[in-house]
Write a protein that binds this ligand. Structure first.
Ligand SMILES: Nc1ncnc2c1ncn2[C@@H]1O[C@H](COP(=O)(O)OP(=O)(O)OP(=O)(O)O)[C@@H](O)[C@H]1O
Length: 240
């Protein structure tokens, strides 16, 4: 499996707090990577830095298939994304990345199918076409019949499955999930993480997921342990 996204020497400081102290990480195609560690160890900072949401103070985030904004790319076919301008970065996040958060962050006034269609509409697809493509995701994710429901009319697990569909609809290269099961009970967590890992693998996307839950992490191919802003351990997972 070839690498699609890499962080090299990532450093991020908040005042006197070092959230990332020089982290190296590689994300491979179709790979699922869980990031675990104690509270405050830097997990979310790492995920957000890889996703181009937080800019590191030092180090680089490289994405395959991107051109660097200035100068020579670091290697053929790779581009640095940590130093891109805000407009280019947000366009890149929309095109190449998908996101699932702890609380689905669905738009409450839109039906589920339009929530899923939103990334396609933001890319300029006409509403009808975007919704038609979005509907394809409902059956595989066990959401058939719920297309017209508003997020307030969905259970927590259903809302997360809609969020998974929204993250995947635009065929991203990498899906980032920050505590995607954090608000769910154990049984629903298992269902959601199984669907998340299965659906990302099916589409060929890589998955980077922060979780506190070792049972959830075990569904990923690899588990990274983060402690005090550093990688303290790396293991292949048991269930995946
Ligand atoms: N915007 C910020 N301003 C100041 N300090 C921050 C900020 N974001 C994170 N930090 C600090 O950086 C460190 C790492 O935070 P981060 O959120 O990455 O940890 P985490 O491992 O995801 O924690 P948790 O499991 O509690 O969500 C913590 O000490 C945190 O307080």
């Amino acid at each position: 499996m070839s690498t699609v996204l890499a962080g090299h020497g990532l450093v991020k400081k908040y005042g006197s707090t070092t959230a990332l102290a020089g982290v190296n990480v590689e994300v491979r195609e179709r790979d699922s990577l869980a990031i675990m560690g104690p509270s405050g160890s830097g997990k979310s900072t790492l995920l957000h830095t890889l996703a181009g949401i937080i800019r590191p103070d030092d180090g680089q985030v490289l994405l395959r298939g991107e051109r660097s904004e200035m100068g020579v790319p670091p290697a053929e076919g790779w581009g640095r994304i940590d130093n891109l301008g805000e407009n280019r970065l947000s366009a890149l996040r929309r095109k190449r990345f998908g996101f699932v958060f702890q609380f689905g962050q669905l738009l409450p006034e839109l039906p589920a199918e339009e929530n899923v269609a939103l990334p396609l509409m933001l890319e300029g697809l006409p509403r009808g076409e975007a919704v038609a493509r979005a509907r394809h995701w409902f059956a595989p994710l066990g959401l058939e019949g719920l297309e017209q429901r508003r997020p307030g009319q969905l259970s927590g697990g259903q809302a997360q499955r809609v969020a998974i569909a929204r993250a995947l609809v635009a065929a991203p290269d990498v899906v980032f999930a920050d505590e995607p099961t954090g608000a769910l009970d154990q049984r629903t967590s298992t269902e959601v993480v199984q669907l998340l890992t299965f659906a990302t693998r099916e589409t060929g996307a890589a998955l980077v997921m922060v979780t506190h839950d070792a049972d959830v992490a075990a569904h990923c191919d690899r588990v990274l342990q983060v402690r005090d802003g550093r990688i303290s351990g790396h293991s292949q997972s048991t269930l995946a």
